[in-house]
Design a protein around this ligand. Structure first.
Ligand code: AMP
Ligand code: MG
Length: 483
């Protein structure tokens, strides 16, 4: 049994949660286990040793003395206000105190219906569970803030989407799953005191340094911190070529974590307007729209927080978003180009690099990785990635000139670049390959891919294939909100 303690949400007013037990599934199997997450939680690292937890992670047993619950929230979905969403299929089991004395929430996603399930079945299919499991590990490996995924528990229980599939339950863990939508929900219901309690609770547990601020400033300072974290997160997504796909305010974390992986995609061919979500016809959440949408979401949060944060303070915090994003993205791009110093013309150098990638349809990840090994005169690897050789050579003249003014040697620069430009991201075709094997009962490729994504900056000769875009003649993998 896990040494769980009751969720801190239980101390919050009842309107925020429903006490609900998970719905059991038949014949659960612990199909995947993330040893790094397990270690961070103080749990056994091997899946074998974790097997006794299967019934618990399937939602089939609930530890004595622990009340499980689902939380209520609202949100703006594709720009439209939806007054009630809530956890329709995610049930908080309780909390585990890590060896570093941090309480982490343990949530079962796909654990059955709650009062917020609306027309849904409360379940998740294996395919979407694998995608979230891998994406959280990939983000962790890339150093991008994210919720984490400890385990996948499968069951033969049928789940109906476009076709019949089977159920799986994801064990998701995070210091908190609190969302922008929780605050919006309370605001729309006029429950200002409950909102204050929630925000104070989040501050106390997740931004305790703000407790030193006078009460009158505390909420504004916290909002500013959320805006800052969101702006930085958007820059981190941009830097690794990640598109979230469904940046609704209910999928935005008050802790600045990447949350709710659905039809996400890592960009392969560089295309600023890349749309990963098949159902996002208007491209609202296209790759290059993400920084703007991050701000839009923060504005919605600021509006919801009106009872706690006065308009002038909220606007001041929001006005800093852009500078925070620009500073973060400039630092990230300097890192990706291997520049330890700053120069006025760097912005043009970066813009021309991206123009070259866009014009040639180069693979975002591979192009940066190839650049991370470039020395004057050795252009083969880059030429493989960037077919416009004349354009590449012209850009390299400028780049060579620029790196000549750097204090670092080529070797030092390469090492620094290889630590920020991954060789591996979670490509849709790779995820799909692993999903197809898992649907056939073979979880070995999933475990192998997990190890690769956990160390995406290292070479993995055995998985070299997974570092490439899909074969030209392969059918595109279509991902949408249905999961
Ligand atoms: P998502 O697209 O996963 O962010 O979900 C949006 C909303 O729909 C959230 O309130 C979810 O809890 C809910 N939801 C998604 N899928 C299901 C499902 N199969 N059953 C019940 N609720 C669901
Ligand atoms: Mg969601």
């Amino acid at each position: 049994m896990l040494p769980l303690r009751p969720s801190r949400w239980l101390a919050l007013p009842d309107t925020l949660h429903e006490r609900i037990a998970p719905t059991p599934v038949p014949d659960p199997v612990l199909a995947a286990w993330n040893p790094r997450v397990a270690r961070d939680l103080g749990l056994p690292e091997s899946r074998e040793a974790a097997r006794p937890l299967t019934a618990l992670l399937a939602g089939n047993v609930v530890p004595a003395g622990v009340a499980t619950l689902a939380t209520g929230y609202a949100g703006h979905q594709f720009g439209t206000w939806v007054p009630q969403l809530g956890d329709g299929r995610a049930i908080l089991l309780g909390e585990l105190v890590t060896p570093h004395h941090q309480p982490w929430e343990i949530q079962l996603k796909g654990a059955g219906r709650t009062k917020w399930s609306r027309m849904g079945d409360g379940r998740a299919v294996l395919r979407s569970t694998i995608r979230e499991f891998l994406a959280s590990a990939a983000m962790e490996g890339l150093g991008v803030p994210t919720t984490r995924a400890l385990a996948i528990t499968t069951s033969p229980e049928p789940v109906y989407r476009e076709r019949e599939e089977t159920a799986a339950i994801l064990t998701r863990v995070a210091p908190s799953h609190a969302r922008f939508g929780h605050v919006e929900w309370l605001a729309s219901r006029g429950e200002h005191e409950t909102m204050r309690t929630l925000v104070d609770h989040v501050i106390e547990h997740h931004s305790p340094s703000l407790l030193a601020r006078p009460l009158a400033e505390r909420h504004a300072a916290w909002f500013e911190a959320v805006v800052t974290r969101t702006a930085r997160l958007m820059a981190q997504w941009t830097a690794v070529g990640f598109a979230h796909g469904v940046m609704n305010t209910d999928n935005f974390s008050l802790l600045g974590l990447t949350l709710d992986y659905g039809p996400f995609g890592w960009m392969e061919r560089y295309e600023p307007g890349f749309i990963c979500n098949h159902t996002d016809h208007g491209g609202r959440y296209a790759f290059d729209q993400q920084p703007r949408v991050g701000l839009w979401n923060c504005v919605r949060l600021g509006e919801a927080l009106h009872p706690l944060v006065d308009e002038a303070s909220a606007i001041a915090a929001l006005e800093r978003y852009r500078a925070t994003y620009e500073e973060a993205i400039a630092a990230a791009m300097h890192g990706k180009l291997g520049l330890a110093t700053q120069h006025l013309d760097d912005i043009d150098l970066v813009a021309e690099w991206f123009a070259l990638l866009e014009r040639t349809g180069a693979d975002f990840t591979r192009a940066f990785r190839a650049l991370s090994a470039w020395v004057p005169g050795e252009v083969d690897a880059l030429r493989t990635e960037i077919p416009d050789h004349a354009g590449l050579d012209a850009w390299l003249v400028r780049y060579a000139d620029r790196v000549a003014h750097e204090p670092r040697s080529h070797a030092e620069r390469h090492a620094a670049m290889r630590a920020v430009n991954p060789a591996y991201v979670l490509r849709n075709w790779v995820a799909q390959e692993v999903i197809v094997a898992a649907e056939d009962g073979n979880f070995a490729p999933l475990a192998t891919l997990l190890e690769v994504l956990a160390r995406p900056f290292d070479a993995h000769p055995e998985a070299e294939r997974w570092g490439h875009p899909p074969a030209r003649d392969s059918a595109p993998v279509v991902v949408s909100c249905s999961s």
